[in-house]
Design a protein. Structure first.
Length: 426
């Protein structure tokens, strides 16, 4: 019997089994990646498109298109479409981020052909009804008004604009007036330009019927090949340390804090080491920031740091909300913990613990074909191969404290950090 009074022994993760996706191409040359598992009766299919936020002609168009794409076609209204999907025990939904969009279908494998017919109906005949647009518009406007009173929402917006500039899609922020500017024709045009074509890639995970290749060929027949969607993006502005930002919110009970910078991207040889450093610094519940700011000083319920890797840039950020009286010291303590990583070697015990935590997180993210397919998609849209994960694990195993100090000094210059605060003046 397990003794509940004793903590389990610490065990290091020696090996991670990486799934090996298989690949074939459609007759149009579209890569199809498969992660088969015949032990489950469900199949997940994801069509990946380049219709992300960076491609939208004006604010909100890509997100509204994504949210309304499954809300009715020329043949079926939203209720009828949902009823058809539900009757098959399937689930159809869309996804959107800065750099890509997707259509996702979960279905019992035995019902996949019928479920795919509904997906093809959406891709060919999505209608974007005016009444659905108005309903979504009003909901989003209300959400925006509510968020305008949240210091965390305002801080994130101000931080991204400070890093990337208002003219860059990563830094441009929607305003209240933008919601009234969205018209149905905007959504139809964006849909036709970004979805009404062959996808960038297709990912299949689960029990894959042998007829799937033919079903994809038949369903995607007639769609044109991808047009050239290489987007020329504005230059990211040079950081100006004198432009730290405070937005006054006198009624706020807390101050939201964002500190960070444009960072190295996932192709940089130091990136995996920087990720490990970030875990030690503020990337998990046992991090140094949590111990200092939350446990010892009780300034906040939570503080974390993270990398946000996008396709055309990556940024690094410290994020928290603290009592206004503690804002300045939180900033100073955050810098203090950075300096320690630059000047003091991480102990062997802490390094082993954090390496093991990170490998466990990788293992969890690859546990099962559905979660593994999410990781595969992430690699595909960022032009990375599946060996990227294996190279990351190799770095985790080999990197030492001296190398981590060097990385901290190369990439975390405190004078290059943008500071944004939103709340009462402290």
């Amino acid at each position: 019997m397990t003794n509940r009074h004793l903590a389990p022994e610490f065990q290091t993760i020696e090996h991670i089994n990486l799934p090996a996706p298989q690949r074939f191409n459609t007759s149009k040359g579209i890569p199809v990646y498969t992660l088969p598992d015949d032990q489950i009766e469900v199949l997940k299919l994801e069509l990946i498109y380049p219709g992300g936020i960076i491609y939208q002609p004006k604010n909100l168009v890509s997100r509204f298109t994504s949210e309304l794409i499954t809300e009715g076609t020329t043949h079926f209204n939203s209720f009828e479409l949902a009823e058809k999907i539900d009757s098959l025990g399937s689930y159809l939904f869309s996804g959107i981020d800065y750099d890509s969009s997707s259509l996702n279908l979960y279905s019992l494998s035995r019902n996949m052909e019928e479920s795919l017919n509904i997906l093809w109906e959406v891709l060919r005949h999505a209608h974007f009804p005016e009444d659905e647009l108005e309903t979504l518009r009003e909901k989003k406007k209300q959400d925006f008004q509510i968020n305008q009173n949240k210091v965390s929402f305002l801080a994130k917006r101000a931080f991204l604009t400070a890093l990337f500039g208002k003219n860059h899609p990563y830094g441009n922020q929607a305003e209240a007036a933008d919601y009234d500017q969205i018209q149905r024709k905007d959504l139809v045009q964006f849909f036709e330009s970004n979805y009404h074509q062959q996808p960038i890639a297709i990912v299949l995970a689960g029990k894959i019927p042998p007829q799937i290749n033919q079903w994809l060929e038949d369903g995607l027949a007639g769609f044109p090949n991808l047009s050239n969607l290489n987007q020329e993006l504005p230059t990211i502005p040079t950081f100006d340390a004198s432009k730290n930002i405070h937005l006054d919110k006198e009624e706020a009970l807390q101050t939201a804090l964002r500190i960070g910078k444009i960072s190295i991207d996932r192709n940089h040889p130091d990136y995996a080491g920087a990720q490990l450093l970030n875990l030690i610094y503020g990337g998990y519940f046992g991090s140094r920031l949590m111990k200092n700011i939350r446990e010892e000083k009780a300034y906040t319920y939570g503080i974390n740091s993270f990398f946000a890797p996008l396709k055309h840039a990556t940024y690094w950020c410290i994020s928290t909300e603290v009592g206004t009286a503690f804002t300045n010291d939180t900033i100073e303590q955050s810098f203090l913990e950075l300096r320690k990583l630059q000047n003091e070697a991480v102990s062997t015990a802490e390094l082993i613990r954090v390496k093991n935590y990170w490998k466990g997180r990788i293992q969890r993210n690859l546990d099962g074909v559905f979660t593994a397919s999410d990781q595969l998609k992430n690699l595909l849209i960022n032009d990375l191969d599946f060996d990227h994960i294996e190279r990351t694990i190799k770095t985790i195993d080999e990197i030492d404290s001296r190398q981590l100090m060097e990385i901290a000094n190369r990439h975390w210059d405190i004078d290059e950090l943008q500071v944004v605060t939103v709340g009462k003046k402290s």
